[in-house]
Design a protein around this ligand. Sequence first.
Ligand SMILES: [Fe+2]
Length: 428
Amino acid sequence: MHSMNSVIPKIVPRLSDTLKIVEGLPDKGIKPGRLGLMSLEGFRYYVYDAQRSQNFYLNNLGFKKVAQSIKDTDKKLGHATAVYGAGHARVEVASPIDDRSWAKKFLDIHPDGVSNLIFRVKDLDYAIAFLAERGACFIDHHPLEVEGDGGHHRSISIASPLGDVVFTFVERSMKYDNYAPGFERVGDLTPRTEFNYRFVDHITSNTRTMMPTIWFYKYILGMDEYWNIQFHTADTEPDEDVCLDWHKNSGLRSIVMWDPDSGIKFATNEPLAPNYYNSQISKYCDDNFGSGVQHVALAVPEITEVVEELYDRKVLFLDSPDEYYSQLPERMQLKKIFNLDKPIDRLKELGILLDGEENHYLLQIFMKDSATSHMDPKAGPFFYELIQRRGHQGFGEGNFRALFEAIEGEQSKGHDVNRDEVLDSAQN
Ligand SMILES: [Fe+2]
């Protein structure tokens, strides 16, 4: 008779064993406790209407086409992929061509949305050992390896607690000239665009409960906490009856994790009680049919110029209440921001938000979500943020509070403010 312990396979190696594996690898200059992340290589986005996405990226956002999947690969995977890029930001837009494909299965469950986050690592063998010792769940049994196109490209994927989002790690040699195996490169890998998009500043996800994802970032990927916030519109409503009024209050908690070596940052949100189900975070999970990536923030060097042009190209942005801007001079005094190089009226005209302290600030704006922009629920609740940083590395903490106070101010005057829209814009 076997004891229970003897029949259960030891699928997760003991930390002490695997630490030896990592220690036994050649020194790649990776700090202890880090995965060796270099950058965000890109992210994959499943859509059911590839032509609409092409129009959006090329004609509206001003991205350039980087690569196109080749037909043989499309047949094998059951989806066709176009890669659009701007600076160091890249999005793989994939749409199903076969009903048995994972892309189709994803879209049977979810609306359009992010399915893969793809990271470049210094050394894939090191990353695999690192991930294995921490109990990561591998999707690929072996790394996918290709020699050719002037160098080599190796990758491996793991599952995550963030809904159906897969995390992929890529090692590519400096001389590797393609985007990835199975693609034909049709443009520069880091295309310069007229708006000078620079890179992905951060990625924000929404969950029903965030700690499994936070622990994944911390214990599997070796990231550190960067920042956190907890916010509820009932915070200044001591009257319990008001707090429990379902259509009046909602809230969120958010933790930002980061990899200090690469600077990659991830915010993760969860709804905050009371009125858990009224939270925008919960509504996102309803619309997305599960947890997922809510927005990607693109760093730009001069936000006002980009936003003005994008308005002309019919890109839709969230509105901010006038009261936000009437309170802004006072907030800037309090926060000691005296070096804003553009008039507040210009920010108001464009709907751009400001936050920071001690003459370090950021400017940010949120596009309307894809479902609203395309007037199609199947386009999903994902959206882009644009962010310009002038020395401030925060996440717009002041905007959460300021927007909230602006709403309260408007309501006390009896104005009709669309709380949902404003809270949307306050999500990191
Ligand atoms: Fe954000």
